[in-house]
Ligand binder design. Structure first.
Ligand code: PLP
Length: 405
């Protein structure tokens, strides 16, 4: 039976009501920017929204690979060969050749012995962390890590020790806090999803070795972005053998869906038989597995995309800073444009939207209070003149809402 909201509100209904009131406040004021229907992809970084052509600055398709002919053809061929679904969980219903090929491709790309794929990046973090650690173990985690890492730690029952963002002295103090003999796992994003800065991998590796801790890195925003050939943070720092558990997603640079973990063969074999998000969840659809495998090959065959993304990111970050914006410490394709209060970020996003920019606000609790921002992402699909035009629109929008004087 449907709930009667006229009755006195119990705590759950109060919670629901508070959120619905907040969302409706945004809708009434024209500030609700989330879950927008995108009608059409128009090529490059252009999209059609509400009948209007816009420039996309909220895409994770960092190398502009959505719709790449080779990747789409691989997906179509897989549908022709295997249909659209699988028979269920791979443990019982079997793996298709496309699954094996994808895992071998990822392992080779990441310089690991083996890899295992899951149905999303979110599920990968939940499944892998909760399989690796349990009650009595310790997970030491950067305060800005992605929600899926936090949820994986909570699910595992291990003790969570957080350290201030990218603060290696604090990481060392946390490592010293763990009782002797206890299992320690250090987890961090390679590129932080809301700030775009890069994890201090060299120092973290040194500390993990000194304190005998396992190291897991989430490469959601670094594959295709960091490293000369886009292989990620280990290539960026020249630390190819330093990460124990290399986690990533197939839904950002890789234009598919799913997540993966790459590691030593025994670790992957362990996860294949212990990770509940693998054992109890169906296989990736063949089209998505084939598309993902082809995408890794395209990245290596078309290195200009990685170079172009890097140039675009530099142009965007330097151009925004020169125009007076605060972009924190980003060095990558994720570019925060700081606004201050949550409401200012909503208004800024609306004003940018009205000028043809598809760029979204991120507010507390996703980011610290007072550091609400536009979270702008630049990709290899942007043309340099589009980036210039977008930055000028952002200045006009920022002046309208008081972010710039
Ligand atoms: C750092 C990080 N890890 C994991 C995920 C989850 O990946 P997916 O979208 O494939 O579930 C995301 C998604 O935004 C992310 O930013």
């Amino acid at each position: 039976m449907a709930k009667d909201f006229a009755e006195p509100l119990d705590p759950l209904r109060q919670r629901i009501q508070a959120m619905v009131d907040h969302v409706n406040w945004g809708r009434r004021g024209g500030f609700y920017m989330y879950n927008r229907p995108v009608q059409e992809l128009l090529g490059g970084a252009r999209v059609r929204v509400d009948g209007q052509e816009m420039l996309m600055f909220a895409s994770y398709s960092y190398l502009g690979l959505i719709g790449h002919p080779r990747i789409s053809a691989a997906a179509k061929a897989a549908v022709d060969k295997y249909g659209t679904g699988t028979h269920g969980v791979r443990t019982l219903a079997g793996s298709l050749p496309v699954h094996q090929e994808l895992e071998e491709t990822i392992a080779a790309f990441k310089g690991a012995e083996a890899a295992l794929v899951f149905s999303s990046g979110y599920v990968t973090n939940l499944a892998v962390i909760s399989a690796l650690v349990r009650r009595g173990d310790y997970v030491i985690t950067d305060k800005y890590n992605h929600a899926s890492i936090v949820d994986g730690i909570l699910l595992s029952g291990a003790k969570m020790l957080r350290f201030p963002h990218n603060d290696m002295e604090a990481l060392e103090r946390r490592l010293q806090q763990v009782p002797a003999g206890a299992t320690k796992l250090v987890v961090a994003d390679a590129v932080f999803s809301m700030d775009g800065d890069i994890f201090d991998l060299p120092k973290a590796v040194e500390l993990c070795r000194r304190y005998d801790a396992w190291l897991m890195i989430d490469e959601a925003h670094s594959v295709g972005v960091l490293g000369a050939t886009g292989r990620g943070i280990e290539e960026h720092f020249g630390l190819e053998d330093a990460i124990d558990i290399k986690m990533g997603t197939l839904s950002k640079t890789i234009p598919s869906v799913g997540g993966y973990v790459a590691a030593q063969r025994d670790v992957v074999d362990y996860l294949r038989h212990v990770a509940r998000g693998y054992i109890f969840s169906a296989a990736l659809p063949p089209a998505q597995a084939a598309a993902a495998a082809e995408a890794f090959r395209v990245i290596l065959d078309e290195p200009w995309r990685v170079e172009r993304l890097r140039a675009n990111a530099q142009q965007f970050i330097q151009g925004l800073q020169a125009r007076g914006f605060d972009t924190l410490h980003t060095e990558t394709a994720v570019v925060p444009v700081i606004c201050g209060a949550d409401e200012t970020a909503y208004r800024f996003s609306r004003a940018a939207f009205d000028r043809g920019l598809f760029v979204l606000p991120v507010v507390s609790p996703a980011v610290p209070q007072g550091l609400a921002r536009l979270r702008a992402t630049v990709t290899a699909a942007h043309e340099p003149d589009e980036i210039e035009w977008a930055m000028d629109q952002m200045v006009a929008a920022a002046k309208e809402v008081g972010v710039l004087a």
